[in-house]
Design a protein around this ligand. Structure first.
Ligand code: ZN
Length: 279
């Protein structure tokens, strides 16, 4: 067992995690493209959106195939979205980083516990990647992912042995209610649509894994990053289309919440330590 424990912190093990992440990323591309359209994620096999040619296995190697084909279909030459290699590279990087952070720790924990923690947090991060890109693409966070995701991740997080189930259960309720209150305030008081309830279900799913203490940090980071990125876009859009269109520009909040949750996953203990000196 010591040999395995030593192997977990080697570059070779982290590289294996990255390859595993890239392969999963390839599958997540299918999920991101098909779930919003209500299509099966298993069948049919991937095809070119333009000429319907099936994607050959050797043209389906994560990231590499896209680079070798210079981002075009081998048969008809139509451009392939850069989202495909981006999702694959991002998932690979997250898998490597989560593996490095959560399995390499030399605190005498069982190998099974460390690998379990990797499985839980990689599943969590993957769900965030999928939901973030679906929200960017369609401005929707499908219930078909967030609702089962909350239940499955709440149960899976027992294997991570990090946050108590009471804190995580409160996190589910607090995440949803927080967004619900803001949404109701916009709807009944300001008479317009603010946050979508999809954001509340996403925040509930985050609470199910990270616990309620994470939620203020997640929302704060999401707001800062969201403002920094979307303000220039909103201003550019306004100068193009005139003042009245500003309130019609919809900026999805899900991707920024996902960034906030990932920041918390990697640096949450440190951030909470700054805010709450006693721990
Ligand atoms: Zn084609």
């Amino acid at each position: 067992m010591d040999a395995i424990a030593d192997f977990l912190s080697t570059p070779a093990a982290i590289a294996c995690a990255a390859v595993l992440g890239a392969v999963w990323g390839s599958f997540f591309n299918v999920v991101i493209a098909r779930v919003p359209r209500g299509e099966s994620i298993v069948r049919p096999p991937s095809r070119c959106m333009s000429c319907q040619a099936p994607v050959r296995p050797w043209d389906n190697v994560p990231v590499l195939s896209y680079l070798l084909l210079r981002g075009r279909c081998r048969r008809c030459g139509v451009r392939i979205s850069a989202r495909y290699p981006i999702v694959e590279a991002l998932t690979a990087a997250l898998a490597a980083a989560i593996f490095w952070k959560f399995t390499g720790a030399d605190d005498g924990e069982l190998v099974a516990v460390r690998l379990g923690r990797f499985a839980v947090y990689f599943t969590f991060a993957s769900t965030l990647v999928v939901l973030g890109f679906i929200d960017l693409d369609t401005k929707r966070l499908p219930d078909v992912i967030t609702l089962p995701g909350t239940v499955v991740l709440f149960l899976a997080a027992f294997a991570a042995h990090d946050v108590s189930w009471q804190q995580r259960l409160i996190g589910v309720a607090a995440g949803y209610l927080f967004v619900r209150l803001i949404a109701d305030f916009y709807y009944y008081v300001l008479k317009r649509e603010g946050l979508g309830l999809g954001d509340g279900k996403l925040l509930a799913m985050m609470g199910a894994v990270l616990g309620w203490k994470a939620l203020p940090v997640v929302v704060f980071v999401a707001s800062v990053v969201g403002t920094a990125i979307s303000l220039p876009i909103l201003l550019a859009t306004r100068s193009h289309a005139g003042k009245t269109s500003l309130r019609h520009v919809e900026v999805p909040f899900g991707p920024f919440l996902a960034v906030g949750a990932l920041v918390y996953l990697f640096a949450g203990a440190r951030i909470l330590g700054l805010v709450l000196p006693t721990g």
